[in-house]
Design a protein around this ligand. Structure first.
Ligand SMILES: [Zn+2]
Length: 504
């Protein structure tokens, strides 16, 4: 069995002021040549790593793995065509060199937009399909927040999205895709069923652990456990994607066409039916800070500033919350984080213990309002830390140089970039122990819950401005709003299921 593996992974945010060019990908991710791909993914916590493990353990002695390029970048604004071209050039030469292939396995995010295309993954898969022909199996793994179009589903045999949010099954998702591809290769016929759902809901408003979305995922797991389905993915489209026809989606695999069709219709109907329950419950920063000030609990209140989450493609440079805390809650012990390269360098120039005026925030997003404060440099750091979170424990992250500034009773971690937003070590590794504060700002949507819930007090979603704002109706959509919930509400929605026979 001859398999080519490759990766091209970024989540786009149409409202980010930072276009994702090659420099951005290299500074905030990686662009690996085929020769570099295998060592990277056998030592990491990636979907591609999961695919490789399954192949090596189960494909048998005739397995031959060849590699394409591996491109990854943290969420950001739409990608530039030069990045797509660079990837495609390397991919097509790897495909040409590989000759005849039994399977191609690809790791995507699923919501990649370029400055010229809303559906980059479909564009790439079409080129792959043209080269490998209709008999080569194409298996893809994605995030749960993929924009899975009808065009994309036509290009693939197997598509598996994360089944957890917070995402703690990244490696397992790659394993599922490789396992299904292997079983198709061995001749077991399968049916896929796909349904598109015209809805877009804020990513901070649900998890797969609780609530109606959690119930839906549990139900889908039960369908796999009792043999009705072989696999399922329920997609909630990344909500900061401004595209022509946005859709969430359901993709299922079953040995029975009837079961596949019925399950896809049921899951899609149930997902659309919960649309109003998935709207974010937002609170003003003032209200959350007042609750923290009057809280009797020893546990910190978590203020979720998801609008500025770099996990969701925002730059992380908002000082909105700091402005309110410094201005109106001088006695509240709080911790926050702001991307601000000039402030980091000013802190290094001033040295530990120095007090001076800092203007924080708004260094990247022209819409973000800077805040001028007196700050004392508490500590300076090289910016490296190891995450503790489930699914990627021990992964090393570099933020570039970083500093902690004390502003009144607020500790502000300033850095060049934010990554690992939801991981407790993003603060702890820099001397900020969340348990010592009344209020902690987390710039993430849901990823933080896995690590924070064990020690967090009340958790509030803040109504803050930013490229990943939860109130998506207030964002400047020019396309998405024409077709999908929350702008278009269709009480009569009935899913159209597309069934495909695979293999056999
Ligand atoms: Zn996601």
């Amino acid at each position: 069995m001859r398999v080519l593996l490759t990766e091209f992974r970024q989540e786009s945010n149409s409202f980010s002021p930072v276009t994702s060019d090659l420099r951005y990908w290299r500074a905030n991710g990686w662009t690996l040549t085929p020769a570099e791909l295998y060592p990277k993914h056998t030592s990491g916590f990636t979907a591609l790593g999961g695919m490789i493990t399954v192949l090596e353990q189960s494909a048998g002695p005739d397995l031959e793995m060849v590699f394409g390029p591996g491109f990854y970048a943290q969420s950001g604004g739409p990608v530039t065509p030069e990045v797509v071209e660079e990837y495609l050039t390397q991919l097509t030469s790897a495909l040409d060199e590989a000759g005849s292939l039994d399977a191609v396995l690809v790791s995507f995010h699923g919501a990649l937009q370029s400055t010229v295309s809303d559906d980059v993954e479909s564009d790439i898969l079409r080129k792959v399909r043209d080269r490998v022909g209709p008999n080569c199996l194409v298996g893809v793994s994605t995030d749960l927040h993929g924009f899975i179009t009808p065009t994309l589903i036509e290009q693939v045999d197997v598509l598996c999205g994360y089944q957890t949010y917070p995402h703690v099954d990244v490696v397992e998702t790659g394993s599922r895709a490789a396992t299904l591809v292997l079983s198709l290769y061995r001749g077991a016929p399968l049916y896929s069923a796909y349904a598109a759902i015209p809805m877009m809901v804020p990513a901070a408003a649900y998890t797969t652990g609780v609530g109606p979305f959690g119930d839906l995922i549990s139900h889908a797991h039960a369908l796999v456990a009792d043999g009705t389905l072989e696999d399922f993915s329920v997609y909630q489209i990344q909500p900061w994607l401004d595209v022509e026809r946005p859709n969430s989606a359901v993709v299922v695999y079953s040995k029975s066409p009837e079961h596949a069709e019925a399950a896809a219709a049921e899951l899609a109907t149930r997902l659309y039916a919960m649309r109003h329950d998935l709207e974010a419950d937002l609170h003003s920063v003032e209200e959350i800070a007042a609750r923290a000030a009057s809280s009797e609990s020893s546990k910190p209140v978590i203020l979720v500033d998801s609008a500025d989450s770099s996990n969701a493609g925002a730059p992380g440079d908002s000082a909105t919350v700091l402005g309110v805390l410094a201005g109106s809650f001088p006695d509240l012990r709080a911790a926050t984080i702001i991307v601000d390269s000039p402030a980091v360098e000013a802190a290094f120039a001033a040295g530990v213990g120095a007090t001076q005026t800092f203007t924080l925030g708004g260094t990247i997003d022209p819409r973000a309002v800077p805040v001028t404060v007196e700050g004392r440099v508490r500590s300076l750091h090289d910016g490296g830390f190891d995450v503790e979170g489930q699914g990627s424990a021990g992964k090393h992250i570099e933020l570039g140089r970083a500093a902690v500034l004390r502003v009144g009773h607020v500790d502000v971690l300033v850095c060049h970039t934010i990554s690992g937003n939801g991981d407790p070590q993003l603060y702890r590794a820099f001397g900020i122990d969340q348990k010592m504060y009344d209020l902690v700002v987390v710039k993430a949507n849901t990823s933080f819950r896995a690590g924070y819930e064990p020690f967090a007090g009340e958790i509030y979603l803040a109504d803050t401005p930013g490229a990943a704002a939860s109130d998506i109706r207030n964002l400047p959509f020019t396309k998405s709003h024409l077709h999908a919930f929350p702008w278009v509400d269709r009480a009569d929605f009935a899913p159209e299921v597309v069934l495909h026979k695979l293999g056999g």
